[in-house]
Ligand binder design. Sequence first.
Ligand code: S3P
Length: 454
Amino acid sequence: MERAWNRKVSIPDVLVAQPSRRLTGKARVPGDKSISHRALMFGACAVGISRVMGLLESADVLATATALRAMGVPVSREAKGVWTITGRGSGGLSEPVRPIDCGNSGTSARLLAGLVASQPIRVIFTGDDSLSRRPMRRIMRPLAVFGARITARNGEHLPLVVEGARDPLPVCWRPEVASAQVKSAILLAALNTPGRTTVIESTATRDHSERMLRAMGAALSVERTEEGHAISIEGPAELHPFEIAVPGDPSSAAFPMVAALIVEEGEVRLPGIGLNPTRTGLIDTLVEMGADIAIANRRTVGGEPVGDIMVRGGRALTAVSPDPAQVPAMIDEFPILFVAAACAKGRSIFRGIGDLRAKESDRIAEMAKGLSAMGVRVEEGPDCLVIEGVGGPLAGDVEIDAAGDHRIAMAFAVAGLAARAPVRIRGSESIATSFPGFVDLMRDLGARILEAAE
Ligand code: S3P
């Protein structure tokens, strides 16, 4: 099994997306990335063996699995997508011999730092160039209040050295940015901290951690206060092991969804997609733009709402200016939403999106650059983007640099399908971080995405 789960899924670095008239069929998108990371980490804190079905086997999630193993947690792959984790209880990690390489994964770095912060071990976290540029102060500050000693390059960047607290103290924290990663890092640190830890978020972010912890028996409560959502947890927590099926990732489903809407003829069915309301901002926004999207067979899977999404293209999309309060519910979907807005008729204004500059790349700048190269008029502000939709196919015959960012690569691969001429995307290898089967899935629907000789 060793060989299989360490296997690297490789995607060629240069892809060419050719204009594709028709996209039809049913496509099964892989498991949710956020839920997969959490299943591994919370499973590691349970007492007993947890089993996960439909785990996303992408580079980011494998980084978390490898990290946990390095800290003494038995994690094994039984079959494709089926994994078991032998939990060591809250506070049961051992000190790793070597630095932990988080690769491109911000979720691994930030959440694992939280997990380590309340255990008496010292861990060095490293990452690739992109992750080494991303801000870490947002987790360093609250984790220091638990009593962890954390140092970082330039006080802010990986490598991060985390010396967990021997006698951690509970924390009450109001994150300055709306971030599920910050919230989850704090909740993970709280698991081995005696007393009541509280996170107060002014804008609600994805609540997968809260759902999973509750299902595992944690004493967790959520209260609406004047300041926002107050999430409290009592530690130390004794968590029950679980068996969970991971829903399809709405952030991956976003690509075939928008593709079906912007090509000439699209009719795509995406079964079993997570529909947690903290993640469905894109669907709501596309419907507001005039998209025909229906949801059937609503059910609950792994404590999360799930449904089958049916997308029918052929309707002209119109511009949209989403409420900034909706931003966290579609934070990872902006690159592909910008493509939809570029094909729509009219001026779209996206406000309150400054944190997109701190993702795997500066997603405002990279999307603005790529869309301009495709003939779209855009205007960038520090935390906003204005897109003058062309009301039809974009110009092609360009080469886009995805800046090592998986979602930028996939967004332009989709843009190329609805363009007047091919689009070459350099840096497509990065797609393996979240959606290793992207090219095959899109091809099965009829997309003409080719590998280019460099
Ligand atoms: C994630 C939260 C979001 C998101 C990321 C995954 C998570 O990050 O962009 O892809 O799993 O908690 P932020 O918390 O930084 O917004």
